[in-house]
Design a protein around this ligand. Structure first.
Ligand code: NDP
Length: 500
């Protein structure tokens, strides 16, 4: 990498990754780049720590993770300021992000034992002479690769659940937010000084690729769909199981009986928070014809009030300088194809900022409708009815989240969205509910973090059967007689042979 200083673009200098503010270019910190055997050594250390960590049991881990939660809560302002300095995120948004991460650590720590601990499982009439035993054993070392847009929420969403399940974690933070990643590692080490249960390896994409091939027992990836495919291909070489939280192009549907003020407020928040750099951010809106004009008016009025700038503004800089070109291209393409800008538009991109841009009547084959824009822009298209809205919302290969505003049909519509999550009369809220699983379908990935499914994602189910009596109907033995087999046939027909 050349040493040309584009604010926010990471630089490698003397074997160190130099992280800078996208707003000012000021250096935020520098960290050693993992090279040579560094990654395999980090995984080996994590493997040694894994035995100790698993041996603490659910209660020992719960105590320690709750202490970590306490550190984050007590130092929430410090961490939010660091996130602001490194990624440009407004401090209030960073506070909300850390709070969400704290809630996930708390829930994972408190519930891992209940969800994963060894339990007896009832057998049925077949094999009634056996009892079943089920438990979720830790994998060992989990590799976590994270993006820059939510540098606390995303790694914690995997790491806290993996740790609570008894694994140790090697984290590869994004090259745009390594200092925040290291802060997380250091804060856990403060309360768990005995062993490196969470460590970080820093560098560019090649470090992430090396982590996939380092012998980790599972790889949890959060990032773009393009990189997710590379991660899966690398992990396929060793059949390393993967969890992929990839990109999205989430839609909001506004039905005819929606509360339009609430819908507009949520739409502006869901689409423009974090300057639109949100995997589950609203990027496309489908509003039914009778409410379209009124809804657009309310969105424009609210979005037009937002401030853009470095400190104290609602919308901060675009974190990744290269994304500015993508956003500009999407806006230009939408306008060239006949879409109209009712706010912002062609000159909205003013590096490192993008002014809120609302595009209406944008053809469905436009880039702004089909591809992840990752900027403070929204397309709002009119549809005949909710049915057409669902069809259009479901037309893309992505399927992460979504939102529906309305009364009578809203939940039914939400259930029909081809996505892993949906919010009715709100946006993004499923991300903060620790009891619900988080993840996508299609090109948005597979596997789940958060909730009970998120805990089970980080444990290998282990099934054990145990004989408790002699078999009355011997089946799984060479010692069975023809009479036993005849009885098996009779029982099979009796139990399962009914026509209804
Ligand atoms: P990227 O896919 O560019 O990067 C994600 C991580 O993967 C980074 O740490 C990156 O390192 C690393 N990486 C890059 N190349 C490789 C490789 N070949 N093998 C292994 N790891 C690699 O995504 P972004 O960081 O740009 O994040 C934005 C994307 O993340 C958006 O698409 C967004 O939708 C998605 N996202 C998904 C979420 C979800 O839960 N589904 C949540 C948040 C974001 P480096 O940064 O050093 O290149």
């Amino acid at each position: 990498m050349t040493a040309v200083r584009v604010p926010g673009a990471p630089i490698i200098s003397d074997g160190r990754l130099v992280s800078t503010s996208p707003a000012t270019g000021a250096e935020v910190g520098r960290l050693p780049v993992a090279a040579g055997d560094d990654i395999t050594r980090a995984v080996a250390r994590a493997r040694e720590a894994a035995g100790w960590w698993a041996g603490l049991g659910f209660t020992g881990r719960r105590q320690r993770l709750l202490r970590w939660r306490g550190v984050l809560a007590r130092r929430i302002e410090e961490l939010a300021e660091l996130m602001h300095a490194e990624g440009g995120k407004p401090v209030p948004d960073a506070i909300v992000e850390v709070l969400t991460a704290i809630e996930h650590i708390d829930w994972a720590a408190r519930n891992a034992g209940r969800v994963l601990r060894p339990r007896r499982v009832r057998s049925r009439l077949i094999l009634a002479e056996f009892t079943g035993h089920l438990e979720y054993q830790p994998y060992g070392v989990v590799g976590v690769i994270g993006p820059w847009n939510y540098p606390v929420f995303t790694p914690v969403g995997s790491a806290a659940y993996a740790l609570a399940a008894g694994n140790t974690v090697v984290l590869k933070p994004s090259e745009y937010t390594p200092v925040v990643g290291q802060w997380l590692v250091d804060s856990l080490a403060e309360v768990v000084p005995e062993q490196p249960v969470l460590t970080a390896v820093h560098g560019l994409g090649d470090v992430g690729a090396a982590l996939c091939r380092s012998g980790v027992d599972k790889l949890a990836f959060t990032g773009s769909t393009a990189t997710a495919k590379k991660v899966m291909a690398a992990c396929a070489e060793t059949l390393t199981p993967v969890l992929l939280e990839a990109g999205g192009k989430d839609a909001m549907i506004v039905d005819s009986d929606a509360d339009l003020d609430a819908a507009a407020e949520a739409c502006v928040w869901g689409g423009l928070t974090n300057a639109g750099q949100t995997c589950i951010g609203i990027e496309r809106v489908y509003a039914v014809e009778p409410v379209f004009d009124a809804f657009v008016g309310k969105v424009v009025e609210r979005a037009g009030r937002l401030t853009v700038g470095a400190d104290g503004a609602d919308i901060g800089p675009i974190t990744m300088p290269g994304q500015l070109d993508v956003i500009r291209r999407h806006i230009d393409d939408a306008l060239a194809r006949g879409g109209r800008a009712v706010l912002g538009g062609a000159d909205a991109v003013q590096p490192p900022y993008v002014r809120p841009t609302i595009l209406v009547d944008v053809p469905e084959d436009s880039l702004a409708v089909r591809e992840e824009t990752f900027g403070p822009t929204l397309t709002i298209n009119r549809v005949r009815d909710a049915e057409e809205a669902v069809t259009r919302a479901n037309a893309l290969p992505y399927g992460l989240g979504g939102s529906v505003f309305g009364r009578r049909r809203a939940v039914a519509i939400a259930r029909r969205l081809r996505s892993g999550m949906a919010a009715v009369n709100s946006t993004l809220t499923f991300a903060g509910m620790s009891t619900l699983p988080f993840g996508g379908v299609g090109e948005s990935g597979f596997g789940r973090i958060h909730g009970e499914d998120g805990l089970r994602e980080f444990g290998r189910p282990k099934a054990v059967t145990r004989r408790r009596a002699r078999s009355l109907l011997p089946a799984m033995t060479f010692e069975r007689t023809p009479a036993d087999v005849a009885r098996l046939v009779k029982v099979t027909k009796l139990l399962y042979g009914r026509r209804r």
